[in-house]
Design a protein around this ligand. Structure first.
Ligand code: C6P
Length: 419
């Protein structure tokens, strides 16, 4: 798939420590193809103006380019109404919007709000804090030993008939893919509103609302799918969005301001207060075009190949503990590893010396990491532009790291210098 594709990403030609740059931190943020960078540059150079405000040519050009991206996103996730697509700053803001607006208006004392143990803080803390404010019950669906959702835990929480189920499509720590469609169907039957965090999921497959089942809200970020940072999407069912109060107040979200009260703009503008990241949204449009040209099914198939390959190779390395299931079936190419006696940051630094960029730490997932009594892992996350050769470089570097860290530091007794 990727020799030609890699040429679209100028940054992949870089060298680190005089070695080829191997970027395996795609779960943190993806790289941008030249087309995305060019689209943003074109806006700034040729038609930079604010949107929705001016009657002059440039402002209308900017507004048309900006609004056309709404349509692209609606088609990307297969929804009919552009009124359901809201631009935010990222997944974090999208989820906070739902918790603050829908949550404040609908959750009452004694209601149950459910999340899972594998959530990123962005899909955990807003619900935890809403539950605290509302004196609601906060329930966490537990995991199996291989860090998938535990069916018994799902039944337990389902029986509580949660008002809200907030769940990620794909874990940023383990790469586990959750069966959203079947869960959504079951939780809908007990009356739950279902919020899906697709920050990771959106990058690894064909995420469309019809495939996700009866979900109500979907949140994702532009920067995980080769678009710029600072832009996110919230999709919500129109009937729910219509009834929700605004999240922030200011320009664009208003139709009339009186001395004592104001009237809100129609959807989606009601939730888009202030000047948006216009260049960012235009860049996201170019990223969507790029993804569509490559084909999301093709991307998924190729990434599945990488996942199987890495799982097979890692299996043979003694001392490397891999978090999550060993089968590629319900997994994306995200691998969190720990090596006994080696701190994750030291391992990540060792890999960086080989030109390999990975993330080390708790990955903004304290509830999962603390439950596993694992303060930090080293995470390699692949994208469609990564190659099997890069997978080999990563696996070989893991093997080398064992030799490197096994070496005893020199002491005066074995030839070292006394300080
Ligand atoms: N995870 C990672 O390295 P923002 O920052 O708003 O674009 O996305 C937040 C977020 C929400 N949910 C999941 C599952 C995520 O993985 C992320 C972002 C990055 O894992 C940065 S912490």
């Amino acid at each position: 798939m990727n020799e030609l594709i890699r040429r679209d990403f100028p940054i992949l030609d870089r060298k680190i420590e005089n070695k080829p740059f191997v970027y395996l931190d795609n779960a943190a943020t993806s790289q941008r193809p030249k087309k995305v960078i060019d689209a943003m540059m074109k806006y700034y150079v040729h038609y930079n103006a604010n949107v929705h405000r001016g009657v002059y040519h440039l402002s209308q050009e900017a507004t048309d380019a900006f609004e056309s991206v709404r349509g692209k996103i609606a088609r990307f996730i297969a929804v009919a109404s552009e009124r359901e697509i809201i631009f935010t700053k990222g997944t974090t803001e999208s989820i906070n919007l739902v918790a603050a607006s829908y949550g404040e208006a609908n959750v009452k004392e004694g209601d149950v709000i459910a999340v899972t143990r594998m959530e990123h803080h962005a899909n955990f803390v807003p619900w935890q804090q809403l539950a605290k404010r509302k004196k609601a019950r906060f329930e966490i669906i537990g995991l199996t030993p291989d860090l998938r959702l535990d069916p018994k835990e799902i039944d337990r929480v389902l029986a509580l008939k949660p008002k809200i189920l907030a769940i990620s499509l794909l874990s940023n720590v383990t790469g586990v893919v959750n069966p959203i469609a079947s869960l959504a169907t079951r939780f809908k039957m007990v009356g739950s509103t279902i919020v899906v965090d697709a920050a990771q999921g959106i990058a690894h497959g064909e995420v469309t609302i019809d495939r996700l089942g009866p979900v109500d809200f979907l949140a994702f970020s532009s920067h995980k799918i080769c678009g710029p940072t600072g832009v996110g999407i919230l999709w919500g069912r129109e009937a729910l969005l219509e009834k929700m109060p605004p999240y922030q107040f200011g320009g664009n979200m208003i139709t009339h301001v009186g001395d004592l009260d104001s009237e809100w703009n129609e959807l989606p503008h009601k939730f888009e207060a202030g000047t948006p990241d216009i260049a960012g949204v235009i860049g996201l449009g170019a990223a969507i075009d790029y993804f569509e040209t490559l084909g999301r099914v093709r991307i998924e198939e190729y990434e599945h190949k990488i996942t199987s390959y890495v799982l097979q190779k890692i299996k043979d390395i003694a001392c490397v503990k891999l978090l999550g299931p060993r089968e590629a079936l319900h997994r994306a190419p995200i691998f969190s590893v720990a090596i006994d006696g080696v701190h994750a940051h030291d391992l990540a630094t060792f890999l960086d010396m080989q030109g390999i960029s990975v993330r080390a730490g708790h990955h903004c997932a304290h509830p999962l990491m603390f439950a596993m009594k694992c303060p930090a892992t080293c995470r390699a996350s692949f994208s469609f532009y990564n190659t099997l050769e890069e997978a080999d470089l990563f696996v070989n570097a893991l093997k080398e790291s064992q030799k490197f860290f096994a070496k005893k530091p020199k002491s005066p007794e074995n030839g070292g210098v006394k300080v």
